[in-house]
Ligand binder design. Sequence first.
Ligand code: ADP
Ligand code: ZN
Length: 221
Amino acid sequence: MKLIILGAPGSGKGTMATVLRDSYGITHISTGDIFRANIKEETPLGKEAKKYIDAGQLVPDEITISMVEDRLKQDDCKVGYLLDGFPRTIAQAEKLDEMLKANNTAIDAVIRVDVPNEVIMGRVVNRRVCTSCGESYNVVTRPTKVEGVCDVCGKEVVQRDDDKPETVEQRLITYEKNTKPLIDFYEKKGILIAADNSKDPKAAFEQASAALSKLGFQKIQ
Ligand code: ADP
Ligand code: ZN
């Protein structure tokens, strides 16, 4: 199964992605996580990407597309995968189609994570993430047991540089302009699944998994 998860910054798509990964046994590919890992390691890719990410802008398509192309060639993608944060532009989506077509395959479904705009800002500025395993927390709704320490792996939990209010605003503008058109793009292909994540993340997941089940995809756990 090949999935895309689509949603605004702060829609909770990252959290939902990890649940989907575990429930369906597929590989989670987050372009944001790959960029952050490169920034941490201070690789050339990381240094280049950081300029855009800290400004709430998109990393240029050429860089992002070739990074994803390489990632999809890795062995762990054979079991199926979930793309989180990619595609983010129509050009990326078209390129992805092309890549998959060349291998006689296609995306099975696109999960659209819906959250009203008012809710988003509060979620993002309260978000904290683990610098090591990527687990996501919220200082109000889901704090770590020990402040600043990841419940899962024990490493440091911090606020992302791009989760500061000024940058979040720009990220939302970028999302509206570049990424929202993808909803139409996939709706036209008839592969869009909606998941209302304005309240209970469990309910959002159940909504998505019911739709996936109708398509013939069953949970492994
Ligand atoms: P969020 O969805 O919460 O904004 P992500 O972790 O998915 O966060 O992405 C963080 C940042 O990484 C984005 O704001 C953008 O600058 C960059 N980025 C991630 N994926 C892409 C992509 N597919 N194309 C261009 N830039 C990307
Ligand atoms: Zn962790």
